[in-house]
Design a protein around this ligand. Sequence first.
Ligand SMILES: Cc1ncc(COP(=O)(O)O)c(C=O)c1O
Length: 560
Amino acid sequence: MNETLGLVALGGALPVAWYALASAKTRLELSLAKHRSLAGHPRMARRIAALMPEYRYREDEAFGIDGAPADIVARRRAAFTQLSEQFCTRFARSAALSAEAESGISDMRFVSAYRVPFQFRTLASQLKGGSFVQATRGVTVTDLDGNTFYDLTGSYGVNLFGNDFYKQCIADGSALVGELGPVLGAYHPVVADNVFRLKEISGMDEVSFHMSGTEAVMQAVRLARYHTRRTHLVRFCGAYHGWWGDVQPGIGNPVRARDTHTLKEMDEATLRVLRRRRDIACVLVNPLQALHPNVNAPGDSSLVDSSRRAAYSRESYTRWLIQLRKICDERGIALIFDEVFVGFRLAPGGAQEYFGVHADLVTYGKTLGGGLPIGVVCGKHAWMKRFRDNAPADICFARGTFNSHPYVMGAMNAFLRRLDTAPVRALYDGLEDIWNGRARALNQRLTEAGVPVQVANFSTIWTVTYTQPACYNWLFQHYLRLEGLALSWVGSGRLIFSLNYSAADFDAVANRIVRAALAMQRDGWWWHNPALTNNSIKRRLLREIAREFFSRKIVSRVPI
Ligand SMILES: Cc1ncc(COP(=O)(O)O)c(C=O)c1O
């Protein structure tokens, strides 16, 4: 009798134990597929961010934070005084209007605070260049003081063919739809032509129009969840897909993104998770990450040392995408290429054409609007359908008031028609070789000049790296500005070239980058002590943060 009961109990316990073991294994696999950095652990990153105390270097300590001797500190101080005087005189009007407007423009308040590491904010507040500009021509932009800069901002990536190109797209598009005006709901006929062209470009069956890249990504993910009836999206560590909560599970999003897995890119452990889990609806790929897999977008506000690295290998990234494609096919997972940034920049057919890998859904945005706001999803019929024939109440709703706005559709049409012309097609001839060659040549010049600066590039998207441990690299963006180079708020983290940069334009930019680096070196900011390493800088920062934290006894009251 006892034996029988024992067998029955064992029979019941075995499946439970089996289930527990299997779930532990699945959890372990998920943990192994997370990147070891904080970017790979969004919840922990958010907790730590909430505890990070604010503190700033006083002026008397800010110039020698790396332990530089007195003569170097004095040289830096004198150079900084000169730098700030130059900023005051050269950018007076732009800076004055920015100062006046800043308190009322939340975006401006944010970016002006986050241009440099927070410890240096007091110092950097003396280097105000201003956020207002008045004109563009060719590859240049002019500020309110009449200073003309080479435009390396790329307008967040929108500016692919030069600002004049988009001015023309907007003018041509407005003329095309002007008779109808801003009528919404019904379509201007130009929409049909846009859809025809986008189907050709993407190789897909259907298109939906939205007002931003963020919205397009939201819609692509929603469709993937609807059709797979699964909950989770996979995004890769460090990848940006807009500011919607589900694709921004860490710092920046006050609530937890429960249905998001953030996994390591280009890693076998991730493939194992994709092969085994049953909750995954889609995998989101932002091909821009090929330049710095698993790392957040590089910005100078985190440039506290010289550990920023970047390197792009077309072969490795292509191999990775092929592996993803295969597993997504096997597991019925939607592979989504988020081409909002890189679409049209790498090839006329976007990343799909460039890497030779096809996605299930593709999102576009930025440049495709011909200079106006846009987000687009393209996909096969099966993925794009928003209702079920056999369950009419079960719909996947997505409509927006301004979707297919005639003026946006007009500018997009002008963009797409021009994309098809011989002069624009010619811009793609040998594009990658040209820009790789330019990066190589500049790196050679920087090496010959003996400055600790290099660049890494993914076609026309560049980032600056620093080859020697240093605490003041964030200042380089200001030297570049004085040399007449306009950078976006992430500073030297991302330089974006438009395809209309001629060899002469590029040479002028390269000369200025070298001059700026030489000036920064001359001013003592790259004074080097062999004992200074990136790790020793990080250790010092940790000590400062701990001191600040404990001295103020800061306790986070932010619920996580
Ligand atoms: C890859 C990617 N996806 C989505 C977005 C969001 O687009 P938007 O800013 O138009 O909402 C961006 C914006 O930078 C992006 O780079």
